[in-house]
Design a protein around this ligand. Structure first.
Ligand code: DGJ
Length: 716
């Protein structure tokens, strides 16, 4: 068990191979004593908390701070009582240690495969006046620098209370000379890395859109000022949640930094009746002594192997072609078959039929909710088309957007109250669609039935689960007045329940989540679907930033990346097919264009790309990622993948812009074994690992913008 209790000094010491996290109980309050590199000793640690004489609670580093009794920073929770008061005082009551990691009811979370992988500490706090019990749940992974936290509210009192704020965790860093790193963006510009110095006041990273969002991802890292990609301390917080979230870093007047994270209290409240419980989502906290890169690799391995689930988790992912950018809504069975036939000839393994196959959908103004094939486009039906595609020797996949309804649909005409809405108010449409109220059981049952019917009557190997708008006019026809502010969170809980039913009923299907690209690229969705369509922007150069930033948290096996046509549809840029291939091969590889339009010469290139990816994909999808050159910092980008035994590596180098009289290019590699010699495929020279790490790999000159090289290294 990696949890040590020092009764004399009143602290719990959670310890993994290289990390410690220490909680001290003082005057009944759980205080935050330490998080960082492992402390080997378990005594004389009481002075970790600097607490000058006469200090108020405002100066103490807390684990789960309350509101109303003198700590003026943002609290971790706030409760409103029936008498209108908002003050509570949680006092330490007891603790429990559990070998392993219990799952969270109704919520996605990282898991263990053997109890010995992790230990869990539950600290029970109690507010005597209301009978509210709050359980702080900590799980430390023995061999990873990972701590997960969540909080459970149990109402043991006799009168209803209202949670106005119920965050997952709080960490009070004892200092303020820190920086914050996060992912910002927009539709077609996801995953852009932002880093800035923390200053007195708050930095708030949040979503109020009902989904985790393109704009800000549910992730922040707190960095030492000198932390780089490879060196220095990084403390990552990643919330396993797909709805409104908040992550805040608040620097106070005593030069400390409070980091809080959880469900966004904005437009949120939760009625808790006597006997009821409320479980917050989980936050995954990673400490890295090896910079941002070290933090990323810890997240990657954990998320790839202990968040993603199902039979596809460890399998190599198929190379697919998706018809969206090839045809948009304008296709018929013949066109689809023609693309699928060429795909099979080129070695592609899966054809995905995107939007437009159901109802009367010929553009984005109708039919969402009517999950029945469009017989005008597919006269012999979906199953017949899927069988024809399979006949070419490749698998068949399908796009769905179950969470939505078009006002012009049979479903909406029949059930106009099944969407999220506020009675008497306008129902704001985005892309001519409304959001189904997944907090309602009958809505989820309808979706489960209609999707199950398709999934069990059509030979489907893959599903792209899309979600193309944010939530507005938050309200549910099913909820009583006092529970209306629960709608956004209940939507997410309903979604998770539906996804659990679907993915466990159809375990053989590979699911990819999507939300107009990366609008819901978050750990919550990864629990159900091991891959995500990263962005609707398929331009190779834009993708360098998007994929680089996304990889700061998410494993490469989750990052969907496709070769699309040139000029690119989103930005009009022309790029070589080779570069497009190299960028897409740096993720879950596929194509998203009309393969029938390729010249014979292009087809040869594609055949080669497909054959190459089949050889390298285990390394890309399951290897360790090292980022070498950031697209946010210059005119080159580079990254590499290294096998766990360090005997194989794959390097991608991208010259975004050519420069005159540039320096001789040597790319310093990372992650290799300095004592091994490496041979590069197609070259005669043998390079020592130490030379590649210290001096670098020579990059042959590239003439022109948007060019790339790849290098496949094997140890000899
Ligand atoms: C948004 C997705 O991100 C696209 O890839 C495509 O599936 C469209 N929706 C279809 O409507």
């Amino acid at each position: 068990m990696a949890i040590l209790l020092n009764e004399e000094e009143h602290f719990f010491h959670l310890q993994s191979t290289n990390m410690s996290y220490i909680i001290q109980i003082e005057n009944g309050f759980p205080l935050h004593a330490y998080w960082g590199p492992k402390l080997h000793h378990n005594k004389n640690l009481t002075d970790l908390i600097f607490c000058p004489m006469g200090s108020t609670i405002d100066r103490l580093p807390q684990e789960y701070p309350q509101y109303g009794s003198g700590d003026f920073r943002h609290p971790a929770y706030q409760v409103q009582l029936e008498d209108g008061s908002r003050v509570t005082e949680l006092v330490y009551k007891s603790y429990r240690m559990i070998q392993g990691k219990p799952s969270l009811t109704g919520l996605p979370a990282v898991y263990v495969e053997s109890k010995m992988e992790a230990s869990t500490l539950e600290i029970e706090l109690e507010d005597k006046y209301t009978g509210l019990t709050v359980v702080l749940i900590y799980t430390i992974f023995e061999e990873r620098n990972v701590l997960t936290r969540s909080t459970k509210f149990i109402h043991k009192g006799s009168r209803s209370i209202k949670l106005r704020r119920a965050l997952s965790a709080c960490v009070d860093f004892h200092r303020a000379d820190l920086e914050i790193l996060y992912l910002s963006g927009a539709w077609t510009r996801e995953g852009h890395l932002k880093r800035r110095q923390l200053e007195p006041g708050s930095t708030i990273i949040e979503s109020r859109r009902g989904m985790s969002s393109h704009q800000l991802n549910p992730f922040v890292a707190i960095l030492d000022q000198g932390t780089t990609e490879d060196t220095g301390d990084a403390y990552g917080f990643s919330l396993v949640y797909s709805g409104n979230f908040v992550a805040e870093a608040e620097v106070d007047s005593f030069q400390t930094t409070r980091v809080t994270i959880g469900v966004n209290p904005f437009d949120f409240s939760w009625q808790l009746e006597p006997g009821e419980q409320f479980q917050t989502p989980e936050v995954v906290m990673v400490y890295s002594a090896h910079g941002i890169g070290g933090m990323s690799r810890t997240f990657h391995k954990l998320y790839r192997t202990r968040l993603c689930r199902g039979p596809h988790r460890d399998k190599e992912r198929p190379i697919l072609v998706n018809n969206w950018e090839a045809t948009y809504f304008d296709f018929d069975a013949d066109k689809i078959q023609a693309i699928a036939k060429v795909a099979a000839e080129l070695g592609i393994e899966l054809f995905v039929l995107d939007d437009g196959w159901y109802g009367t959908r010929n553009d984005d103004t109708s039919s969402l909710g009517d999950w029945v094939e469009n017989r005008k486009k597919l006269p012999n039906g979906l199953a017949d088309l899927a069988n024809k595609v399979k006949h070419y020797g490749i698998q068949f996949g399908l796009w769905v957007e179950p969470e939505m309804v078009s006002p012009d649909s049979d479903l909406y005409r029949k059930h106009p109250d099944w969407c999220i809405h506020v009675k008497g108010r306008r129902r704001t449409e985005f892309r001519t669609q409304l959001v189904l109220d997944l907090s309602r059981k009958e809505v989820r049952d309808y979706l489960f039935e209609s999707l199950s019917h398709i999934f069990s009557t059509v030979p489907i190997s893959y599903i792209k689960w899309d979600m193309n708008r944010a939530l507005t006019e938050l309200g549910s026809a099913d909820l009583p007045v006092e529970r209306q502010s629960e709608t956004a969170h209940r939507y997410v809980l309903g979604l998770y329940e539906l996804l659990e039913r679907i993915v466990t009923s159809f375990p053989e299907i590979l699911f990819e989540s999507c939300s107009s690209g990366g609008g819901r690229f978050d750990p919550g969705m990864l629990y159900y679907m091991p891959q995500t369509w990263t962005s609707d922007n398929t331009d190779a150069i834009e993708r360098l930033k998007i994929q680089y930033g996304t990889s700061v948290v998410y494993p490469v096996s989750s990052i969907g990346a496709h070769v699309s046509t040139s000029p690119n549809h989103q930005v009009g840029r022309c790029t070589p097919l080779g570069t497009r291939g190299d960028v897409a091969m740096s993720g879950n590889f596929g194509y998203e264009l009309d393969l029938t339009k390729f010249t014979d010469a292009e087809k040869e290139v594609v055949k080669m790309q497909v054959a190459t990816y089949k050889k390298i994909r285990s390394l890309v999808q399951q290897g360790e990622l090292y980022r070498l050159k950031s697209p946010f910092e210059g005119i080159e980008t580079a990254w590499m993948f290294v096998s766990e035994d360090q005997k194989e590596a794959l390097v991608f180098y991208f010259q975004v812009l050519a420069e005159p009289h540039g320096p001789i290019k040597r790319l310093k590699l990372k992650g290799l074994n300095r004592d091994l010699d490496y041979k590069i495929k197609g070259q005669d020279t043998i390079f020592g690992g130490d030379r590649l790490l210290q001096i670098g790999l020579p990059i042959p000159e590239l003439n022109g913008d948007f060019k790339s090289h790849s290098f496949h290294l094997t140890a000899i």
